[in-house]
Ligand binder design. Structure first.
Ligand code: FAD
Length: 463
């Protein structure tokens, strides 16, 4: 059952009641110190140095070093997507008359199974190289002068770093998914100073913050002409990388030379190359064992799997028929007319292979992901409310799941709580990742089979 909440613009849209503090900076601090902080980086980027990230290898939380005045703080608080992002309101604002809509996928103009026809781009991308191919196309056609992307830092190659790419080489350097926390919006000042049209790539909470800034015509986003982004199941704390290395008896992560999360042929490998030439590598599906131990709690409060507020978003085309073939296949969703036109033009120019699918097929392909985000999250939010915890307000709610689905969520949450403890993290690092990865992958398959019908009940019956 879908419930759209009513809201009143004069009353701070959908603001959680516990954040009704007087000063904006106090309200922002409440978000920052809670699970609601998405780490999008907007408050850091817009704060002129008053808010910084001090501990990217740890909790990765913004720290207020100087309190900005009320006007500045109110701007930062508005940009924060952690406490509220009203889906129906922003949909109405940015997507006029979409061709189609589903509560799970968001606005849809077209959906395809896709890949870049340039083998170099395809092989360097996380899946079909679609996002990179689009950025390169826009750059070559003079529609943008730069693209906001996230690569690995040159100075600290174990951490991610957003930057503005202005060449094909730089776009490809930033290709592939990074599964540790990123804070793209830290570079809002650079985005503002660029003064030429830009494309922007970010995860759903980062995109949501950009949309909130566009809503108020904030100067920091005036150069952003196109918004793209990957699907978003979850992201991990940096402790995942440390733990992975520890299991190979490597203690000093500061000797990392290169860190990849999707190295090699799709679906790729987590791979770390050390300065002393040691290399450790594990298939992506096995490296997924790190998820329950190191997941960022906020990922579990996010209800946006497919990056609903982009012009075009892309995910992996998870289906045996594509996985068997390797090479790289994406699912791509054009959400705006602009996004749709880009895909049409690229197809006509032979730059993309596009194979149309329906919304139902798309939902079935990512049924586990949608279950996690559109059912699991709303159940988790109810549990949190029951426990008196503050929740983000998304302006809508999905309710009425079968009792078995609630029970399944209890089991999942218990697992996350137990495996997220220091002891469990320490314990798992004592075993070879190849063995743990295989056990994890096997258990996941058994779990998926066992919960198949619970998850699918009415999965695509809502719109
Ligand atoms: C944290 C995370 C979780 C994901 N979860 C899922 C999932 O559950 N299901 C699914 O189908 N797909 C998921 N994806 C998307 C998938 O991994 C691919 O990114 C997507 O298929 C696009 O592939 P591509 O080859 O077109 O992208 P590419 O051509 O490789 O381009 C990827 C672009 O995304 C940017 N980028 C990469 N990582 C980040 C990041 N962490 N933050 C901001 N920008 C980033 C890069 O700068 C690059 O521009 C996830 C991606 C990420 C980053």
């Amino acid at each position: 059952m879908y419930v759209q909440k009513s809201f009143n613009l004069n009353l701070k849209r959908g603001e959680p009641t516990s954040f009704m503090a007087h000063r904006s900076i106090d309200k922002l601090k409440s978000v920052i110190k809670s699970d609601l902080c998405t780490r999008c980086g907007s408050c850091v980027g817009l704060s002129k140095g008053n808010i910084v990230f001090k501990d990217k290898e740890g909790e990765y939380r913004p720290v207020v070093v100087n309190e900005p005045d009320e006007i500045e703080a109110a701007r930062l608080y508005h940009a924060c997507p952690g406490k509220e992002f009203n889906f129906p309101y922003y949909r109405g604002l940015f997507y006029k008359n979409p061709l189609d809509f589903h509560l799970y996928t968001g606005p849809v103009e077209s959906i395809y199974i896709a890949y870049s026809t340039d083998p170099e781009i395809r092989s360097q991308g996380a899946s079909g190289g679609i996002i990179s191919a689009i950025l390169i196309w826009l750059l070559e056609n003079g529609k943008i002068k730069g693209a906001v992307v996230t690569g690995m830092s040159k100075k600290t190659p174990w951490l991610t770093e957003p930057f503005i790419a202005t060449t094909k080489e730089e776009i490809l350097e930033a290709a592939q998914s990074k599964y540790i926390i990123t804070s793209v919006n830290e570079i809002l000042p650079e985005i503002e100073a660029f003064d030429e049209p830009l494309a922007y790539v970010g995860l759903p909470p980062q995109v949501q913050s950009i949309r909130k800034l566009q809503e108020i015509n904030d100067i920091s986003v005036k150069n952003i002409k196109y918004i793209f982004g990957p699907f978003y199941g979850n992201t991990l704390h940096f402790s995942s990388v440390r733990s992975f290395l520890k299991s190979y008896k490597i203690r000093d992560y500061k000797n990392i030379n290169k860190l990849y999360f999707r190295y090699g042929e799709w679906p790729g490998n987590m791979r770390i190359e050390m300065n002393d030439a040691r290399v450790v590598q594990l298939p992506k599906f096995h490296a997924n064992y790190l998820i329950p131990f190191h997941i960022l709690t906020n990922s579990l409060l996010c209800t946006d799997l497919s990056n609903e507020f982009t012009d075009i978003s892309g995910g992996d085309a998870w289906a045996p028929v594509y996985e068997e073939r390797g090479k790289g296949f994406s699912m791509v969703i054009a959400r705006s007319k602009t996004g749709n036109q880009i895909l049409d033009e690229m197809q006509a120019a032979g730059r993309l292979s596009l194979d149309k699918i329906t919304i139902d097929e798309a939902i079935t392909m990512h049924s586990h992901g949608y279950d996690l985000k559109k059912r699991g999250t709303f159940i988790r939010l109810r549990f949190r409310k029951f426990l008196g915890m503050t929740n983000p307000d998304y302006g809508y709610e999905i309710k009425g799941f079968p009792f078995t689905r609630y029970m399944m969520e209890v089991a999942i949450n218990a697992l996350f709580i137990i495996l997220g403890t220091r002891f469990s993290r320490w314990l798992v690092a004592q075993f070879p990742p190849s063995a743990v990865g295989k056990i994890f992958e096997k258990s996941r398959k058994i779990w998926k089979k066992a919960t198949y019908s619970i998850k699918r009940e009415n999965l695509s019956g809502l719109n």
